[in-house]
Design a protein around this ligand. Structure first.
Ligand code: SF4
Length: 415
């Protein structure tokens, strides 16, 4: 049997896509040895110019180290760089997102191929990823309808489209009866789930919560404008994880406009205060160093971050991506300045997180993952990590912790 090696670049969605391809391989053997494989499928990422270079460098290195292997380009990079790499004969084949599920047939091509497909397709396979034996990530949608200036995703993943509700629920049902208690919903723009099927995230959540065994539900990320009244009503439900990740990307009005975001600081701060008042921890995504972020904007932004009830942040330093609106914007921000701002932001949120943990050190509901030598790790309902010491085997167990030890490094407890 011929052997196939998968190389995955980029985000969790790409990791899911690799799993879809792997699950469809019937006439080939999977290998984890790239140097002795007959095919190398490169599931690529194209989020920044740097990501493109990493993919290109990997392909060149494989051509040197395993010259007999057929290199197939898949993933987001197929839609941005596939044509040129194919024309330059750097790869044997190119497949677009819609062709992933046909990988078994596609690999049988004896002639070089360019099968880019379309960006409307949604896979029939719902993928899950398991963390230990009790938490599962479920991808519920694909694509994005927004047009943020710095982002190439809508061009390479297409418009937002959702998986069928019944397929998602069926999958969750199966996992819950196998002992999974926590579910994390993911996708490219998760909060847009349901718009194309005349339903909503809130309706899906309600149906999920009725499945026996479902104990806690987390949502990967939401956009501020996707939080409607129907969703707000669910915040007091016991099965909702008490942390939401709501992507703001910035807190300066000028920057939000330049980034072509749909949120504004005025409504964001009102929304965050409303949710925090319901006992929630709040995380966000934030891009520092986007063109146009001068001193004045940065000062305004960081002062506003101080006001916001934030507990977690994914901070990104802006990195250029050709063929996006931001790529030609001026003035660009120097790397060292972006680095300083990144640090300022993360240090501030770390302090806020510490203060939050100090005031939330009891009644913590933790799902522990598998442990080693009496040390277990898990997350509480506020998405804070905790280390638990115990002589018992607590893997995959839910525990309720009182008076945990809180330090700058993290939360700790002994059972
Ligand atoms: S919401 Fe904006 S940043 Fe997120 S995938 Fe869509 S366009 Fe990109």
């Amino acid at each position: 049997m011929q052997k196939v090696y998968f190389k995955t670049f980029g985000c969790r969605t790409n990791q899911f896509d690799t799993q879809v391809m792997m699950s469809k391989l019937k006439d080939y053997e999977l290998t984890d040895d790239e140097l002795n494989s007959d095919y190398i499928v490169v599931n690529s990422c194209t989020v920044t110019n740097g990501a493109d270079s990493s993919v290109r460098n990997y392909i060149s290195s494989m051509k040197r180290k395993n010259p007999d292997a057929k290199v197939i380009l898949a993933g987001c990079g197929s839609h941005s760089k596939g044509e040129s790499l194919f024309e330059d004969k750097k790869v044997f084949g190119v497949i677009g997102h819609s062709e992933k599920e046909n990988i078994n047939t596609v690999l049988k091509n004896e002639q070089p191929f360019y099968q880019i497909g379309d960006l409307e397709h949604i896979d029939t396979t719902i993928v899950e990823e398991f963390v230990g034996k009790s938490r599962a990530f479920i991808k519920i949608q694909e694509g994005c309808d927004f047009a943020c200036s710095y982002c190439i995703i809508p061009q390479v993943r297409g418009a937002a489209r959702s998986h069928k509700e019944e397929t998602i629920l069926e999958q969750i049902n199966k996992l819950a009866s196998n002992g999974f208690g926590e579910f994390i919903l993911t996708g490219t723009n998760v909060g847009s789930y349901g718009k194309d099927h005349n339903t909503s995230m809130a309706k899906l959540l309600k149906k999920m919560s009725q499945i026996r065994g479902v104990r806690r539900i987390r949502i990967g990320s939401l956009e501020p404008i996707q939080i409607d009244d129907e969703f707000m009503e669910l915040l007091s439900e016991p099965w909702m994880a008490k942390q939401l990740h709501i992507a703001l990307q910035h807190t300066s009005d000028k920057m939000l406009k330049l980034m072509n975001r749909r949120n504004t600081y005025k409504t964001d701060v009102a929304l965050f205060n409303r949710i925090a008042a319901k006992g929630y921890a709040l995380g966000t995504d934030f891009i520092v160093g986007h063109p146009g972020e001068d001193e004045k904007e940065w000062k305004e932004a960081i002062d506003r971050v101080k006001e916001l009830p934030l507990t977690h942040v994914h901070a990104f330093s802006y990195s250029k991506r050709d063929n996006t609106a931001s790529a030609t914007m001026k003035p660009e921000i120097r790397g060292n300045i972006a680095k300083e701002r990144h640090k300022e932001l993360t240090t501030l949120i770390k302090a806020k997180n510490y203060a939050f943990r100090r005031s939330h050190n009891s009644g913590l509901e933790v799902l522990l993952e598998s442990g080693k030598e009496g040390i277990f790790h898990g997350f509480d309902q506020y998405f804070n990590k905790i280390t638990v010491k115990s002589d018992e085997d607590l893997s995959a167990n839910w525990v309720r912790l009182e008076d945990v030890e809180v330090s700058h490094e993290g939360n700790k407890a002994k059972i």
